[in-house]
Design a protein around this ligand. Structure first.
Ligand SMILES: Cc1cc2nc3c(=O)[nH]c(=O)nc-3n(C[C@H](O)[C@H](O)[C@H](O)COP(=O)(O)O)c2cc1C
Length: 184
């Protein structure tokens, strides 16, 4: 195997499923795509997302202490891509892309109606790591399309495949082959 001592950009561990982070402060509503995110805890339900301080969304989360995480089907990859290539500082992305948005039930966070699921998160903790800030949110409400999930709240992969990202503007498209359930 080839060995690299150090690299600046690396995508060996991709693809990542993408989430679209929503935030609102006053009447300013914005969304951005994020590939770097993960569940941190079941109880309490904690979910973290890494956002560069350069992003407008970073400012909005700092001001509002809340954010939403929106999950979109891979068929919507163009929306996801544009959300991640233009800044809400310059453009009203919701208006530009003609998207429907509603406000959360528990928090003043914007939710994309196109999502198959979305989390309302109140800011629980934040810490800077290198060139990104880790925002950890406590999930205080979940919106989901019940036709697309099974009784364990797992996505029905025959109906939805999350948007995946390979880095550098590349989105793999997968065809579902099989689902297996293992004993465990
Ligand atoms: C698929 C995809 C994934 C991205 N993932 C992240 C990420 O995890 N963290 C981050 O800070 N920026 C990420 N970006 C870049 C931001 O989404 C992008 O800079 C966006 O325009 C910021 O918008 P804003 O300035 O309106 O907040 C990603 C972009 C794309 C296209």
């Amino acid at each position: 195997m080839k060995f690299l001592k150090s690299v600046k950009k690396f995508y060996f561990h991709y693809p990542f499923p993408v989430t679209v982070v929503g935030a609102k402060h006053g009447d300013k509503i914005n969304f951005m795509s994020a590939a770097w995110h993960a569940q941190f805890s079941f109880d309490p339900p904690l979910y973290g997302v890494l956002i560069s301080p350069k992003r407008f969304t970073h400012d909005l989360i700092k001001k509002s202490s809340a954010f939403s995480l929106n999950f979109l089907d891979s068929s919507k990859f163009r929306i996801v891509h544009l959300m991640g290539r233009i800044s809400g500082r310059d453009v009203d992305k919701v208006g530009e892309l003609n998207l429907k948005v509603f406000i959360g039930k528990e928090l003043e966070v914007p939710i994309l109606s196109e999502s198959y699921a979305a989390y309302e998160c109140e800011l629980f903790d934040e810490k800077k790591y290198g060139d990104h800030t880790l925002f950890v949110g406590k999930i205080v409400g979940i919106h989901y399309d019940e036709e697309l999930f099974n009784e364990k709240y797992q996505p029905d992969i025959t109906k939805i495949i999350p948007t995946l990202y390979l880095g550098s503007n590349v989105y793999p498209m997968f065809e579902l082959r099989e689902i297996v359930e293992l004993e465990g």
